[in-house]
Design a protein around this ligand. Structure first.
Ligand code: AMP
Length: 424
């Protein structure tokens, strides 16, 4: 199938060809005709599936047929959870719409509001925004939605996770009821479905990966290790496997900084990206990582959302996330567009509960690879996972290990901080 057969106008097809795409991705094949036909869409799709072009291309096509935006009005609104994702969607809009007379702009918090107010003055056909800053701009009368034709909620699950539900509800109340609504989410929890109920009407449902399933091209394994040995193990894995571009997830900003320093001290070029970093520092860290100047990017979940990095070969979970869906989302950063990727998790005994939740949600027992020299004091039990969820067979719950220490005390540490004698 070609992009031309999806019904897009030549001006947009030319931009797609210039970008080098030849074949639409599965989500694009389904979403583009539906959006062009004016239908509401509910799509289960992660970053990496081509979802951005899936909604941007047909929206631009529809907008190019109507009247251009009036002053301070927006005709299409794309809401995203993070600044990074907003910037990337904005770039896509500019790229795909380069042959059209449409105006677009991106607004997000953490930077000056005045230039954004100026950009909105003439009106924009496509406005990409994070929720908080959009409400500020509305309150300052910089933007109006009387002529709004299309609303897109991108990464809706992230927006709920990040506590944007009230902002989203406030924004929805400002929009005309008669409009087209597209909702994209990596997962469809009951909360997301509840939000969707009042939002999309008779939607076309599009799903490119089964909900809560990881991309099949990702090789996943875990390395059981004591918590205090994780940094050293990671450094060893990077060096010995010659990993060149690794996105490492850390649960905390502090942990991300500490790990970055540890790696840098061992001559491994690393940078941290999280909410305490300025927008400039984040943009630079991402750019350096993309061009290979930095080998390791250590990110918190929130900062990593929407990072668009092509064909990322390697993802490492330095800590397991508390929510199993975040695991699915994290590893969705690798193995994109047919290339294979590797997702490795360093798991200490205190993360057993998170590991079991992940194995249950993904219906997969992750392969354990104990690295010589890093054998943990407390082995992780193998989970018994039902590979066919929904069938009558109910898996036995794996026993909790007798770790013999209080929560919060690092396994592998004894009173003097010595390693156990089992070490080879
Ligand atoms: P997204 O899921 O929107 O974040 O897109 C993931 C990546 O795939 C981006 O780098 C896009 O530039 C790229 N991409 C999107 N559509 C296509 C396509 N049809 N062919 C090749 N690459 C694409």
């Amino acid at each position: 199938m070609s992009f031309a057969s999806l019904g897009l106008p030549t001006s947009i097809l030319d931009a797609v060809t210039a970008k080098g795409y030849t074949t639409p991705s599965p989500i694009q094949m389904e979403a583009i005709p539906a959006v062009l036909a004016g239908r509401d869409v509910m799509a289960a799709a992660q970053t990496g599936t081509g979802k951005t072009a899936g909604f941007t291309l047909p929206i631009l096509a529809r907008l190019s047929e109507g009247k251009l935006a009036r002053p301070n009005q927006a005709r299409a609104l794309v809401l995203t959870p993070t600044r990074e994702l907003a910037a990337q969607v904005g770039e896509s809009v500019a790229t795909y719409g380069k042959n059209l007379p449409l105006r677009s702009t991106v607004v997000f918090g953490g930077v000056k509001i005045n230039p954004q107010m100026m950009a909105l003055r003439k009106g924009v056909d496509v406005l990409v925004a994070t929720p908080g800053r959009l409400l500020d701009l509305y309150q300052q009368r910089a933007v109006r939605f009387d002529d709004l034709e299309v609303l897109v909620l991108d990464e809706a699950d992230r927006m709920l996770d990040m506590g944007f539900i009230h902002d989203i509800k406030k924004i929805l109340a400002l929009l005309p009821a008669k409009r087209q609504t597209l909702m994209f989410s990596a997962t469809f929890s009951s909360e997301i479905r509840a939000l969707a109920k009042g939002l999309v009407h008779d939607p076309v449902s599009v799903s490119v990966t089964p909900p809560n399933a990881a991309a099949p091209t990702v090789e996943q394994w875990i390395s059981p290790v004591d918590k205090n040995q994780k940094s050293a193990l990671l450094a060893k894995l990077i060096v010995e496997n010659k990993w060149q571009q690794v996105l490492v997830f850390s649960k905390t900003k502090h942990g991300a900084n500490r790990l970055t320093k540890f790696l840098e001290a061992r001559g491994i070029r690393a940078a941290a990206i999280h909410g305490n970093k300025s927008q400039g520092a984040r943009t630079k860290a991402l750019a350096d990582f993309k061009r290979g100047a930095t080998r390791i990017l250590v990110a918190t979940d929130i900062a990593a959302r929407g990072l668009d990095i092509d064909q990322l070969p390697q993802v490492v979970n330095f800590d397991l996330p508390n929510v199993p869906e975040d695991y699915v989302h994290r590893i969705g950063r690798t193995g994109r567009a047919g290339s294979t990727g590797q997702a490795v998790s360093l798991v200490s005994a205190d993360e057993l509960k998170q590991l079991q939740d992940i194995e249950r949600v993904t219906s997969k027992v992750l392969e354990r690879r104990v690295i010589p020299g890093f054998e943990p004091v407390h082995a992780l039990p193998v989970s018994k996972v039902n590979p066919h969820p929904g069938r009558s067979h109910s898996p036995k719950k794996p026993k909790k290990p007798k770790v013999g220490h209080r929560d919060g005390v690092r396994s592998g540490d004894n009173a003097r901080g010595h390693r156990p004698p089992t070490k080879s």
